[in-house]
Design a protein around this ligand. Sequence first.
Ligand SMILES: Cc1ncc(C[n+]2csc(CCOP(=O)(O)OP(=O)(O)O)c2C)c(N)n1
Length: 574
Amino acid sequence: MTVDGGALLVQTLKKAGTEVAFVLHGGHLDPIFQACLDQDLRLIDTRHEAAAGHAADAYARQTGRVGVAIATAGPGFTNILTAITQAYLDGSPMLVIAGAAPLRDAEKWPLQGGIDQVAMAKPVTKWAAQVTRTDQIPHMTAHALRTALSGRPGPVLLEVPIDVLFRRIDTCPIPEFAEIERPAPTQAAVDRALDLLADAERPIIVVGGGALFSGAADALRTFACRTGIPVFCNNKAYGLLPADDPRCGGGLSNLAVLRASGVAAPDVALFLGARFGMFTGGDRLVPQDCRLIQVDIDAREFGRLRPVDVAILADCRETLVALDATASQCPWPGWTEWASTVHGMSRWHEAAYAELPQNDEGPVHPYHAMREIMDCLDADTIVCADGGESSQWADLVAKARHPGQFMGHGYLGCLGIGMPFAMGAQIAHPDRRVVCIVGDGAAGLNVQEFDTMVRHDLPIVTVVLNNKAWGMCVHGQQSMYGSNRLVVTTLGEGRYDQVAEGFGCFSAYVERPGDVAAAMREALASNRPACINIITDLDAVFGVTPEAEASAKAAKAGKRDEIEMPYYDNLKDE
Ligand SMILES: Cc1ncc(C[n+]2csc(CCOP(=O)(O)OP(=O)(O)O)c2C)c(N)n1
């Protein structure tokens, strides 16, 4: 019996447990899609390859498994490169299978060929390679999948030229996938970490994507409950400790809020799979004199921006389990007051925005919109946030109770992720509601995906915060050059609701604050893909954190050894 390359590829994916692939058709890929039909591998076909890539990335973040995306040769590949790059920066395990022109037509200017896709992918993947023989497909696919998940997760590219895919060969064995035991810390490292924590007056735990991908939520909850140490999360790790847990400090920017309120800074920090960089405000949110225990699966993270007292090269979940096993044998200082200060501070915005109008004329304040929207959601709803300031308003108000319940921008800061992220999340969790919050600018980048949601019956509610502008850019230009110097940052009225309706979605157009909740409840009740277009107030500027202001001042004073945000203020005096 003979098989073609597509059948071998899909057999390998199935054997590895792949249940779904996010794709956009191209003739170069047909043997794969035919094999998916035969072997019952679910395909979600999107309207742009970037959306397929982002959806696969989101699926990986939701499930911890490799997200699979398939894009055609040439433009399909170049379109998905942004999604690959984002997965690379955020450490999300993704396999991208790219079509390619026939090997036999190398250097003959073939259709959708003539570019070195593998070379283009190399800087933004953990591994990128071309398959040159059909009988190598199972082995190479298995290697790609293992690589995406090994160590620090990330994207891989497997390029399969069309003649390699169509060729029929005698069938060949499909590799087995071994269960992998993950690296645990030594007892000596555990003891050193616990000694430091036990001596602390104001210890904190900071969790990031490494903790999410190691499935550390249960172990984190156990350890945090036992010791009483408050926990801060970067936005990939929201929900690893529920937002309403009395030890939860919320997002990392709340460390700046603490500092601005005059509360003494943490003196020992346990970092679990969270990198120092933009999201820690360079190294400032955790002061230099704070002792640091850092757990990471990638040794390159130790000492990146500041010295580490205890560096543990291990899996975050395994480390928490080991820490807790030893912690259970000794008494812990009571940090209840410290934890409750931290937790109380995490809801600072509720008081700061308490005075918003409830039933006035529009435009709607984005904080008000977010509060009304989030109040309509059940405890399991997944929120995907996209857009300059829109994503930050959503981040402020959303309350994650489970890992992956909030997905926002990562290190690429890539607009357009919201709707595809929501699709990946809805495929991963068909029984949960998924809501996408998106700025009107960002909405335009993947607006065609309303069609994908309708065709695949994904009842996602997309809420557009429509300030008729690239809001964050307007606010930047206003602060840098003045309100009479706006250029290429304003947009039109944009009836995103009508676009969605045209594709078959439920839709609503909201101009008044008092109408937000009713529209949201109707959209949820429709149980269909839906779009709510809310006209929001461009004058509402997302508050620059006190920490960012301090950073700008430090920059002006010539201390330029740190990452500084916001860039505009820092550059003014260049
Ligand atoms: C793909 C991409 N293009 C451009 C940018 C630069 N950028 C950052 S924020 C922003 C404005 C976003 O506007 P919108 O989505 O409407 O959200 P708002 O700030 O108004 O809430 C732009 C253009 C980016 N980050 N990503």
